[in-house]
Ligand binder design. Structure first.
Ligand code: PRX
Length: 631
């Protein structure tokens, strides 16, 4: 069996084998990687106790596979083309040799600060090469990286550091975002006040703005020069932890999804190669941030495991103008381009000239991730970026899944706009109806579950396995429940319709309602709040907040609206700000005190047609009031 499937027959064969003979299938795929010791058991998995073990007995190292393995034959190949925020600053290239040296220096630096196998290292950096070096350095020495998106606030950063007990943080003075810069170091300083587990804060330079150095702070640039540029590999058991990445949940506390070494490596490398049909000589570009799972799996690990050349982009799509993406594709002759529907929608609003003045003919495959792509955006992407000549891979997956589970394969799968289409080898989706029964007919809709484990499924929620079981394996015993709803056509193609739980996807960011409500409720004037999503032209969904104020407090409504958003920015980050805030004297609640969000969702959408049964409400009269004062 080939690692890369090149036609429908090969795909069918691979899929069939992955289902009928799962162990042999993954056994064969895993041999494409370097293992210091071979595994004795391909997999031992149980959905019941959420226990997933892949390639046990095997020893490997993902950094070795991503970097060292390519050095002998392809050391001079470019791993990354770094495209800075400012287009006047020239792009730089990082070969695999250079990547190896820098990663080793970072690994030696971590060792210098006594970071050992199993220790957690928090990484809070902008999209600069140092972020990749830091991530791979952790993997090289067996430290567990926890990257926190640089748009998160001090409180969010602190909560993530506290949850995993990180010993060291790697951060920067600041980050560039278009014309603005953000002082990351001062955000980190604010967070670290409440993070006693951090022994050292290692600071690299990007913006060169003045920073304050406290007791735990170390400027690392000159220190790195003293570090050796080779560093022994720490061979890891296949199930040794690789990283923790936080995602929103239905309570205020974020879930630290833990991924381990062997299975994650096998799956991300395999899916990168196949979904993007990557071949030597191609230049791939994923516009995500490494602070999200897309960046972990398809900027860092997946591409490097395949010895790929990627663009690493520091900037934003609209700086210096909304043609930046298209300019960069043209400049670096990008062959595979992977972005989010929200970016496509916002750029589609701009003059077509921004696209048409650039030569995009290098493109072979274009991709989408993070939220459902609506038909209009799909068509615009197809017509104007792909020029009706590039397959669009609409890739469905999650932080929890580690890698892409449902996606077309370029020039193999028949494309249907808005459909993520077919499961990849090893993936068996199921739709479950309201009676918790799996639906056998092909054409159907229901809650999307996965029947059997795949190598890169998250192993647990760090420090809380029971929460992992409760969240994903309890609603439908025997299945992994994704939290998404889906539609399946008569040919077995899947279309993801959106979240069916308390998570709202805003501009591709996964936001839980609970942490936002917790932030709002911190305001001294707020009695209670409820957040729902409503459709938004560019963001996909935007947030609508229903807020009840304490009756004895009087304040200007505009002022309090601003303050509420300030509280949210401080607790989570600007990405979670509300688009609309409606003040109401109460929230619709059932007799057991549960907020009936279904009604709030309809009101936020402006759909007053049918609220369904509201007789179980404790306060049915509130519905009319909320409806009449909708903002
Ligand atoms: O609702 C689905 C949506 O994003 C959720 C996962 O978010 P996160 O863990 O942040 O990972 C995003 C990047 C993989 C999913 O439960 N989602 C992701 N991709 C798609 C999607 N919805 C529809 N179509 C997609 N292609």
């Amino acid at each position: 069996m080939n690692f890369r499937m090149t036609n429908e027959a090969e795909f069918n064969l691979a899929y069939e084998k992955s289902i009928s003979n799962r162990d042999d299938f993954w056994d064969e795929i895993a041999t494409y990687y370097h293992w210091q010791n071979k595994w004795h058991t391909v997999e031992k998995c149980s959905m019941k106790d959420a226990s997933f073990r892949w390639f046990e007995g095997g020893k490997t190292n993902i950094c070795f596979n991503a970097v060292d393995r390519h050095l002998k034959e392809n050391g001079n190949r470019i791993a990354y083309i770094f495209e800075p925020n400012n287009p006047d600053e020239s792009a730089t290239t990082i070969t695999y040799n250079k990547l190896h040296e820098e990663v080793c220096k970072y690994a030696n630096l971590l060792k210098h600060f006594n970071v050992q196998k199993g220790d957690r290292v928090c990484i809070y950096l902008p999209m600069i090469p140092e972020l990749v070096y830091a991530v791979l350095a952790c993997a090289r020495i067996g430290a567990v990286h926890s990257v926190v998106f640089a748009g998160f606030s001090a409180q969010s950063l602190a909560a993530r550091i506290q949850d995993c007990g990180a010993k060291v943080i790697i951060t920067a003075d600041g980050s560039f975002r278009g014309l603005k810069s953000v002082s990351l170091k001062s955000i980190a300083d604010e967070a670290l006040v409440n993070c006693p587990s951090i022994k050292h804060s290692l600071v690299t330079r990007r913006t060169n703005e003045p920073i304050q150095l406290g007791n735990r702070d170390v400027e690392i640039e000159s220190l790195l020069e003293e570090m050796g540029n080779t560093c022994d590999i720490t061979w890891m058991d296949a199930e040794d932890p690789l990283f923790i990445l936080y995602t929103s949940g239905s309570t205020g506390k974020p879930k630290g999804m833990l991924h381990t070494t062997g299975g994650y490596m096998v799956y991300t490398g395999y899916t990168f190669k196949n979904v993007f049909a990557y071949e030597d000589g191609d230049t791939y570009w994923c516009t995500a941030d490494i602070g999200w799972i897309t960046g972990h799996s398809y900027i860092v690990y997946g591409p490097l495991l395949n010895g790929a050349t990627s663009v690493l982009f520091e900037g934003i799509p609209t700086y210096p103008d909304p043609g930046r993406f298209w300019e960069v594709i043209d400049k670096h002759k990008v062959t595979q381009f992977y972005t989010a529907p929200t970016a496509i929608r916002s750029l589609a609003k701009e003059s077509l000239e921004y696209v048409s003045k650039h030569d995009l003919s290098s493109l072979k495959v274009i991709g989408s991730v993070g939220e459902p792509i609506n038909e209009e955006a799909w068509q615009w992407y197809n017509d104007n970026v792909g020029k009706n000549n590039c397959p669009i891979v609409d890739t469905w997956w999650q932080t929890e899944t580690g890698g892409i589970l449902i996606s077309p394969l370029p020039n193999i799968t028949e494309l249907i706009p808005t459909y993520a289409t077919k499961p990849l080898p090893g993936i068996e989706p199921a739709l479950i109806d309201e009676h918790k029964k799996e639906i056998n007919e092909l054409a159907a809709s229901g809650n999307l579950c996965i029947k059997r484990a795949w190598p890169s499924i998250a192993r647990t929620i760090y420090g809380d396995h029971q929460r992992y079981i409760d969240t994903y394996f309890t609603a439908y015993p025997g299945y992994y429940f994704t939290g998404d709803g889906a539609l399946r056509d008569k040919n077995g193609n899947y279309r993801i319709t959106g979240r069916v739980d308390d998570v709202i996807i805003v501009s591709g960011h996964n936001l839980g309602t609970a942490p936002i409500e917790d932030a709002i409720n911190e305001h001294p004037f707020v009695a209670e709040s409820a957040i729902v999503g409503f459709p938004h032209d560019i963001k996909g969904n935007a947030l609508y907040g229903f807020v009840t104020l304490k009756t004895d407090k009087k304040m200007d409504e505009t002022l309090i609206r601003n303050e509420i958003n300030k509280y949210i920015s401080e607790a989570i980050g600007p990405i979670a700000k509300l688009d609309k805030i409606q003040f109401t004297s109460g929230l619709p609640k059932t007799r057991s005190g549960k907020i009936m969000r279904r009604i709030l969702r309809k009101i936020a959408e402006g759909d007053f047609s049918n609220f369904g049964d509201i007789s179980t409400l404790l306060n049915p009269e509130i519905v009319e009031e909320i409806k009449n004062s909708r903002v």
